[in-house]
Design a protein around this ligand. Structure first.
Ligand SMILES: Cc1ncc(COP(=O)(O)O)c(C=O)c1O
Length: 305
């Protein structure tokens, strides 16, 4: 981690290395935290934050699902995010707003602990800056870990606790020689990746698991759907099973960190000709153009820093 700029903590910008919490902070013990992952891209008009309002809105929804009252308005948090990015002086960066139960009381019951907010950003190269338009893809497995669902905890919240399940799947995939895991629910429906949504292309139709399955409703997923609709196409929300993955023409995953990642094999079974397919390649270009301010149709997605 390269320490750059400042971190916003409860209203104050503090030097990166001084942004510390007590070891008895509630969230460290009980995963009582919700967060966001946002990207700032370099655009012809300077650095701009991609879909800032949508991310801040989701952060507040996540907090609401855990009865955490954020002691700031959405506008104050959006402004604080812009301030933090400015202070970092990074042209492109990844931004992590975190809302967590703080230090003060120990024990499971979180309601007496403060709701604290931190915002950090750091350099995390995006696809285009790393690999141009990107020619490779990732190899995925279907995880042996089932994705927990909304009967257990609110999966539409981007909460730290959801990532315990996701991290088990991610580590299992990496240790088995894959790049990423795709998770099924208890009924065998494809749900999402450890930190991405999933899309399948078959015979010209594009489908994705329904939001009613308890996926994280990805902002990249929504952006991709809007880009497809703007181009006159559509995406079907449908039940996708493991064997639908094996016979797909193309599969891609979406997420703020991942952007659009082509999947070239599942469980070592080749998808298409094991290269990023034409739909995925077109969408990657279109997404990069929208995020980097090269497509005026989506300019309202960008907040200048
Ligand atoms: C479990 C999960 N699903 C989907 C996504 C994609 O969401 P977004 O596109 O908003 O980053 C993420 C990434 O944050 C995630 O962690």
């Amino acid at each position: 981690m390269k320490e750059t700029g400042k971190i916003w903590m409860n209203g104050r910008l503090v030097p990166f290395g001084s942004a510390k919490v007590h070891v008895l902070t509630h969230a460290l013990h009980y995963a009582s935290a919700v967060f966001e992952g946002i990207r700032c891209y370099s655009t012809p008009r300077g650095p701009a934050i991609f879909r800032l309002d949508a991310h801040v809105e989701r952060l507040f929804k996540s907090a609401k699902m855990y009865s955490m009252k954020i002691p700031y308005t959405q506008k104050q948090i959006a402004d604080a995010i812009i301030r933090t990015v400015r202070a970092s002086k990074l042209g492109e960066c990844y931004i992590r707003p975190l809302v967590y139960r703080g230090y003060g009381f120990m024990g499971l019951t979180p309601t007496r602990n403060s709701v604290d907010v931190a915002i950090a950003c750091w350099s995390w190269p995006a696809g285009e800056s790393k690999t141009g338009t990107g020619t490779g893809g990732i190899r995925c497995c279907v995880s042996s870990w089932s994705r927990i669902d909304s009967r257990s905890q609110p999966m539409k919240a981007k909460s730290a606790s959801n990532y315990a399940n996701a991290a088990l799947a991610r580590v299992e995939a990496l240790e088995s020689g894959y790049d990423e895991a795709i998770m099924l629910d208890f009924e065998g429906n494809v749900v999402e990746g450890s930190a991405e949504n999933v899309f399948v292309v078959k015979d010209g139709a594009i489908s994705t698991p329904s939001s009613s399955l308890g996926i994280l409703e990805g902002i990249t997923r929504d952006s991709v759907i809007q880009i497809i609709e703007e181009g006159g196409g559509y995406v079907v929300e449908s039940a996708i099973k493991r064997d639908d993955l094996y016979v797909a023409d193309e599969i891609f995953m979406t997420g703020t960190a991942a952007e659009i990642k082509p999947v070239t094999s599942i469980d070592r079974i080749r998808i298409g000709n094991a290269k990023p397919g034409p739909v995925t390649r077109t969408l990657r270009r279109a997404y990069a153009d929208a995020a980097r301010g090269r497509d005026e149709r989506f300019s309202e997605w960008l907040t200048p820093v």
